[in-house]
Design a protein. Structure first.
Length: 192
């Protein structure tokens, strides 16, 4: 999603966001990256993405060395060095609130977060505690402050608690907590 920049009018500041959906760097993609390099998964999109002020994706994989798969049909993981794929595209924020962030259990989730932190890539939607999973990321340009949260209605058994790493889970039948978090965040930013 791109909006035209309005840099010529300082009285009407803008910010441009680029959104990408599920970005899966595991399985065969993980192998191709070894051969073709960190920019390869983006094809010719990097110049397009770089026209935006910020780039936000759903990271549909873990960055982990763990081999401890959870029982499910598909388990996605990518070598932690492949975080450079995100860095090559200047990804600003990733959502971890999805049905693959715990494919390699708590260990895979925590290693993913540590990998993103080392790469200075903001993340939302999962964490070592529920408070961290609900924590917003903040980005700002032209005095426009944006708050981002991540949440999913997938994998209810992966919901983070005070003591267990996991996702920011919500039920579509009960949006109360999610709406409360959005309302609270809106008081701190211009855009949620």
């Amino acid at each position: 999603c791109f909006l035209p920049k309005n840099e010529s009018n300082p009285n009407n500041p803008t910010v441009t966001l680029a959104f990408a959906g599920d970005t899966m760097l595991g399985r065969l993609v993980n192998e191709v990256i070894k051969q073709k390099g960190y920019s390869y998964p983006w094809g010719n999109l990097i110049p397009v993405l770089n026209t935006a002020d910020f780039r936000i994706i759903n990271l549909e994989t873990t960055f982990t060395k763990s081999n401890k798969k959870v029982p499910k049909v598909f388990n996605f993981k990518s070598d932690p060095s492949n975080v450079q794929v995100l860095s090559k595209a200047n990804i600003t924020v990733v959502s971890l609130a999805n049905n693959h962030i715990k494919d390699f259990g708590n260990e895979g989730l925590i290693e993913t977060i540590e990998t993103l932190d080392r790469a200075d890539i903001l993340h939302v939607g999962a964490g070592p505690t529920i408070d961290q999973a609900k924590k917003a990321a903040f980005i700002e340009k032209n005095n426009i402050k944006i708050g981002i949260i991540g949440a999913t209605d997938n994998e209810p058994t992966w919901q983070a608690t005070k003591n267990i790493p996991g996702i920011n889970y919500f039920s579509v039948n009960n949006l109360h907590d999610l709406l409360h978090d959005i309302t609270q965040l809106k008081q701190q930013v211009d855009i949620v």
